[in-house]
Design a protein around this ligand. Structure first.
Ligand code: CA2
Length: 143
């Protein structure tokens, strides 16, 4: 099981800014947790972050035939990006939408996800544990 974990804009700032919203855990901490859980499950992880929508689109396109599942925290692009949605459809790699925060308990503009309808499922609101739940779910995804 090969899992591609993609992180969108500003997630590189985790643990450094707005700890009251996103906590003190850094993206490097999350990567270490994800790798540890994946090792327990016998899964392989490729973990990346980009602030660029086009780079995320390219990575999703390239995942076809190389990865079994994508875990995607598209950050703010979740709410705006038709390009990411189209890439997920084109790649045909089962994709799970991940969020640290409970987007439905936040501002109204975060309630809408353009990618959720083309994802296998959505995990939101459990902080770094959202990613670990994502690894668990990825390992159970039916192709
Ligand atoms: O809860 C999530 O995981 C989000 O994807 C995080 C995004 C937000 O736009 C989504 O609505 C929900 C924001 C990521 C930015 O992270 C920061 C971390 C520290 C300081 C500033 C931003």
């Amino acid at each position: 099981m090969k899992i591609l974990v993609l992180n969108g804009p500003n997630l590189n700032l985790l643990g450094q800014r707005e700890p009251e919203v996103y906590g003190k855990t850094t993206l490097a901490d999350i990567e270490a947790m994800v790798r540890a859980r994946a090792t327990q499950k016998g899964a392989e992880i490729d973990f990346r972050q980009s602030n660029l929508e086009g780079e995320l689109v390219t990575w999703i396109q390239q995942a076809r035939g190389k990865f079994d599942v994508i875990l995607l925290n598209a950050a703010a692009y979740t709410h705006t990006s038709i390009a990411l949605r189209d890439a997920i459809v084109a790649a045909t790699v089962p994709t799970i939408e991940i969020h640290l925060s409970n987007v439905h308990a936040r501002e109204e503009f975060r309630h809408r996800s353009l990618i959720a309808p083309v994802c296998r499922g959505v995990i939101a609101g459990f902080g770094a544990d959202s990613y670990l739940l994502g690894v668990e779910s990825a390992c159970n995804v039916k192709v």
